[in-house]
Structures are given as C-alpha cells and as structure tokens.
Design a protein around this ligand. Structure first.
Ligand code: CA
Length: 336
C-alpha cells in the first residue's frame, strides 16, 4: 500500500541560525534565562533533519514511506520580525523546493510563511504553490502574543482558501506566562516542567485552543473552502467537541453551524507519530476515515515505537486504510 506521511521535518543549519538570531520561537524570549538556555540546548540540527540521501531515505525505506511532505521544524522562521521573516522564509522555501525538484516522486513540501507580514505571507504562499508546486503551508505558534484569529492575519487564510491548499497547525512554545504559571512547579524538576509545558502536554493544548479560536472567530463561515490540518490526533480537541456543542451554541456564537461541524468538515487529523491503536480507532469513529491522514513526525517519533505496518496491521477495513495511507492526502494536497 502506498504511504504518504505529511508531518515530516527538515532543517537547514543556516535557516535555524538565522531564525534563532532574530528571535524565532517568539515566546521563548520572555522565559527566565535558565529555562531558555535549557530549551536552546534541546535544539536539534542533526543528520536526521538535514541529510536526505542517506539517513532520511533509509528511514523511509524501513518504514515503507513512499512520499514525505516536508516542513521546517522549530525555530521556524515564521515568527521572526517581518523585516527579516520575509527574506528568511523565501530562502527556506527555496531550499525545500530544491529537494522536491531533485526527488519529485518522494517529496512534497509545506511552505513556511512570514506570519508577521500577512500581505507578504499571502504572496509567498501563492509563489510557493504556483511556482514551486508546494501543497500547503505549516504554521507555528503566535506572533508577539497575537493569535491568528486577529484580523491582521486574514489575508493569509483568504489566500489559502483561494488556492485550495490546507494550513497545517504545528505546536510552538506556549506564552511564557502560561508556561511558568501552569506547568512549572517546585514539586518536580525543571526537566519535567519543560516537557509538561511543551511536547508532553502544553503546546498541544495551545494548538487546540488556537484552532478553536479560529473556529469561534467565524473564519470558516467567511471562507468555507478553508482547510486546516491538526496533528497529534487533534491536539486535545476531540475530547471537548460534545461539551463545546453543549455550551457554546450558535445563538451565542453567531456561527452558522455547531462548533463540531467545522471540526468535522474543515479539518483533517493526523497522528504525528503517536501510534496508538485506541486513538486511531477513536478518531476514525468520530471524524471518519476520510478525515485522517498519516504522519510520523519524522525525526521526532521515538524510532523504537515506529512500526512500518502499524496502520496496515490495524483492525480498520482495507478501504479505510487506503484512505488514511494515501488517498486523503492525494486529494487534500492535490498530489496527483
Ligand atoms: Ca512536529
């Protein structure tokens, strides 16, 4: 069975250094120095991320992955200041385009957009899709505390809807005040707090909240063709859908539909390398196999948990497996 995975990261040392220099991961700047240093020491720019011909192809062969949709990893230059972001994002996108051009049957790419300069970001998305044949964009975090439901970012989403390409939402460091207040404690170590605030819990909640803010802002009523991708099995949202419908009803929200309707119609979900049988079955039951796309979160998936036949050995029907393994991605990303 053909397998396409869509949250597969790449890094270029120059782009990482440039992004860090101009404050990529904007929420990190306000963290106490000790935490910031600890986070920075976790930055990874190893061969897993940078080498294509040996390390990445070896992983793809072992995991039976036919096509990876590439995207940058934190610090992504999308949250650096606008005067630098436009230039760095263009460079970053050109680098990915070169890789796709060399191996068009093995890779596709998501654009990195200078979110702080929305008009330029919309233009860059158009360039990436029309000239470089990218298949969408991956966005992270916030811009200086502003969530992307702020009207200043509307042109970016309007362009994505017009081009009919999805926006993939990726976690970044939550707001520094949120991190210190909610996730750090004297009763466990700094290392535990850092994991709790980020990949262990906090940044998933952050993305779930962010996408829900987008829904509540009415963006899908304004742009019914807009499509999002949420990784990590929906970034905590699925557990709250019924409750949101029960409490936040259209007579209060002013939205045309129930909240869960947007999550069923406008959003696609991936495992991001969380290979859990229960989660897979739950997501197929809640959203339908038509809204699930495969993703391994290369190279952050713990390799010992990565199983090439996880999806193929699941209890889903052959038809459901085909949808999740490649058909949904081909359709959503216009890969044919
Ligand atoms: Ca990731």
């Amino acid at each position: 069975m053909k397998i396409i995975t869509i949250e597969e990261h790449y890094a270029d040392k120059r782009i990482v250094d440039e992004s860090a220099k101009y404050g990529g991961s904007s929420n990190m700047a306000e963290l106490p120095e000790k935490m910031r240093d600890a986070y920075n020491s976790m930055r990874f720019t190893g061969d897993n991320l940078t080498d294509v011909d040996t390390v990445r192809f070896d992983f793809m062969r072992k995991q039976n992955v036919d096509i990876q949709v590439l995207s940058y990893t934190a610090p992504v230059p999308d949250t650096v200041p606008p005067q630098e972001a436009v230039r760095i994002c263009k460079e970053a996108n050109d680098i990915l385009a070169d890789i796709v051009r060399k191996h068009p049957d093995r890779f596709a790419a998501f654009a990195t957009l200078p979110m702080a300069a929305p008009a330029e970001a919309a233009k860059e998305l158009e360039r990436c899709v029309k000239d470089l044949h990218f298949v969408g964009a991956l966005i992270t975090g916030q811009w200086q505390g502003k969530f992307y439901d702020d009207p200043m970012f509307f042109p970016i989403f309007e362009k994505a809807a017009e081009l009919d390409v999805p926006i993939s939402w990726h976690p970044e460091f939550p707001n520094a005040k949120i991190q210190t207040h909610y996730y750090f404690s004297d009763n466990y170590s700094l290392a535990v707090g850092m994991q709790f605030a980020t990949a262990g819990f906090g940044w998933h909640l952050d993305v779930g909240l962010h996408i829900t803010r987008m829904v509540l802002s009415g963006i899908f009523d304004k742009l019914p063709n807009l499509k999002f991708i949420a990784g990590h099995w929906g970034e905590t949202i699925p557990a709250m859908l019924d409750r949101m419908d029960q409490i936040m009803r259209p007579q209060t929200t002013g939205l045309k539909k129930k909240i869960s309707d947007y999550f069923h119609e406008n959003i696609w979900y991936t495992p991001s390398g969380i290979l859990s049988k229960d989660q897979l079955e739950y997501m197929v039951k809640v959203f339908g196999a038509e809204h699930i796309i495969w993703a391994l979160d290369y190279p952050y998936i713990p390799f010992e948990t990565c199983s090439a036949d996880f999806l193929l050995n699941s209890d889903l029907t052959e038809g459901e497996k085909e949808l999740i393994a490649h058909i949904n991605a081909e359709k959503l990303l216009h890969l044919n």
